[in-house]
Write a new protein. Structure first.
Length: 412
C-alpha cells in the first residue's frame, strides 16, 4: 500500500468494509482502480468503470483539460492494467458528444517529440479511420523541428504503428503526399533504419499486409461495438477526366459529362480530400476565381478563401492567394508553369496536408500547410489542416457574363 496516497487507501479500505465507494473522487480514481485490479476485487473494478462513465466522462464544459484528463486515464488503464474498455468508453463518448477529433488531437500531439509511445498509441486509436490527422501532426513536427531532414524516434514509431493499408485506402491523396514528403527526408538521411521504415511505408499497397501496433487489440477486439466511426473514401486524382471537353449546353443549364455552369455564391458540399474540377474556356486578364472553404473552428465554422487570378495572358502568368497563409494578396505568389492553352482544365484538391492545383496535367501548385505558410501567418496551418465541409465560388463578372467557367464536383 506504500505506492498509494492515504486518501486512496482510505477509500479502498472503507469500501471493503461497507461495499460502497462514497469517498471515491476524480483525484484518487486511478489509484483506487489500480488497487481493485491488483487485489482482484471485481465488484470494485465494475464500480470504477461506472464512476468513469458517470463522473469522469461527464464533461461539464467540454474543455480540453476535461477531455485530456479522461483520455489519459483511459490510456494508462489500457497500457498499465490492460483494461482496454476504458479506451472504448472514451472514444464512444467523444463521438457521441460530436467533439472534434482533429481539434483535440492537434493539441494532444502538439509537443510531438515529448509524446510517450502510450500517447502515440492512444492518438492512433482516437483518430480511428481518420489516420490523416496523426500523419498531419507528424509532418508538421518533422517540418518545423527537423527542417525536413530527420525522423526522430517518435516519428519512426508512429510510421511503424499506423495501419498504412487503411491510411492509403481511406486517404490516397494524403498517402501519396506523405510518401513524397518522407522520400525527401530519407534521401538526406544517413540512417539505414529511416530509409528502411520509409521504404516499407511507401511500398504498402492495398494487397499487402498492413502495419500492426499495440493498439490492434483495442481496435480489433474492443472497438467493434455499436459506435459509429466515420470512414471517408476519396478518389485519387488520376481517376478524374483530365482532358474533358466542354460539353454542349442543355435546356436545364447542365452540360455533358456531369458538368454544370458554375454558380456564383452557390454552396457546394463535398468530402475533404475530394477534388474539384473546373474548366475555364478563356483567359480573363485580372479575372479571379475564388473558393471559400467552410472549415470547422473553435467557435463554429468559418470560411477561408483560396483564389487564382490571371495576371498576364501572353505569359500565362497566374497568381494565387490563400487566406491565413499568405500575407499579401494578388500578384505576389504565382502558380508554376501554367500551360498557355486557352481552354484550361483545373483540378483543385485540399487535404489536411496540402492544397494542390493541377492545370492541364501540370502540377502548378503544391502548397504544404506545415512549411509553406508565410512566417507571420503560421496560424493558418491549424485551420487549413481541418476538414472542409463545403465551398462556394466567388467568380469574376467576366467569367460569369461570358459563361466561360463550368465546374464538376466529383463524389466517389
Amino acid at each position: 500500500m506504500d505506492d498509494f496516497t492515504k486518501p486512496a487507501v482510505d477509500c479502498f479500505v472503507e469500501s471493503m468494509y461497507s461495499g460502497e465507494v462514497d469517498k471515491l473522487e476524480k483525484g484518487i480514481f486511478e489509484e483506487v482502480n489500480k488497487m481493485a485490479h491488483v487485489f482482484d476485487v471485481s465488484w470494485l473494478t465494475k464500480r470504477c468503470i461506472k464512476f468513469y462513465k458517470t463522473n469522469v466522462l461527464q464533461f461539464e464544459n467540454n474543455s480540453y483539460n476535461e477531455i485530456l484528463f479522461a483520455c489519459e486515464i483511459a490510456s494508462r488503464a489500457h497500457s498499465i492494467l490492460k483494461q482496454s474498455y476504458y479506451v472504448r468508453l472514451f472514444v464512444r463518448n467523444i463521438a457521441s458528444r460530436e467533439i472534434s477529433k482533429t481539434i483535440f488531437l492537434q493539441r494532444y500531439m502538439a509537443d510531438f517529440a515529448e509524446l510517450s509511445k502510450r500517447q502515440i498509441d492512444m492518438s492512433l486509436v482516437v483518430a480511428g479511420n481518420d489516420s490523416n490527422i496523426v500523419i498531419s501532426s507528424l509532418i508538421t513536427h518533422v517540418a518545423k523541428t527537423h527542417k525536413c531532414k530527420k525522423l526522430d524516434k517518435n516519428s519512426l514509431y508512429l510510421l511503424q504503428s499506423i495501419n498504412v493499408q487503411e491510411f492509403r485506402q481511406n486517404f490516397p491523396v494524403d498517402y501519396n503526399a506523405t510518401v513524397n514528403f518522407l522520400a525527401e527526408v530519407a534521401d538526406v538521411s544517413e540512417s539505414s533504419e529511416v530509409k528502411g521504415i520509409v521504404k516499407k511505408f511507401a511500398e504498402t499497397s492495398c494487397g499487402n499486409a498492413s502495419s500492426s501496433s499495440s493498439t490492434d487489440a483495442v481496435k480489433d477486439g474492443e472497438m467493434d461495438c455499436d459506435e459509429e466511426i466515420e470512414t471517408i473514401i476519396v478518389c485519387d486524382e488520376t481517376d478524374f477526366e483530365e482532358n474533358a471537353e466542354v460539353g454542349s449546353q442543355t435546356d436545364n443549364n447542365e452540360v455533358e459529362h456531369g458538368w454544370s455552369e458554375a454558380v456564383h455564391s452557390k454552396n457546394y458540399s463535398f468530402l475533404d480530400g475530394e477534388s474539384v474540377q473546373l474548366i475555364t474556356a478563356d483567359n480573363v486578364p485580372e479575372g479571379n476565381i475564388r473558393f471559400f472553404y467552410t472549415l470547422p473552428g473553435q467557435r463554429g465554422s468559418e470560411q477561408k478563401m483560396f483564389g487564382v487570378r490571371c495576371e498576364n495572358v501572353e505569359l500565362s502568368r497566374w497568381s494565387y492567394f490563400i487566406e491565413g497563409c499568405n500575407e499579401s494578396n494578388w500578384n505576389i505568389q504565382f502558380l508554376n508553369n501554367v500551360p498557355p492553352d486557352k481552354v484550361k482544365n483545373w483540378i483543385i484538391t485540399k487535404t489536411s496536408i496540402h492544397l494542390k492545383v493541377v492545370c492541364n496535367r501540370v502540377t502548378v501548385l503544391n502548397f504544404n500547410f506545415a512549411v509553406d505558410c508565410d512566417s507571420a501567418k503560421r496560424d493558418g496551418e491549424k485551420l487549413w489542416s481541418l476538414k472542409a465541409m463545403s465551398f462556394n465560388f466567388f467568380i469574376h463578372s467576366k467569367y460569369l457574363t461570358s459563361k466561360q467557367l463550368i465546374v464538376r464536383n466529383i463524389t466517389c
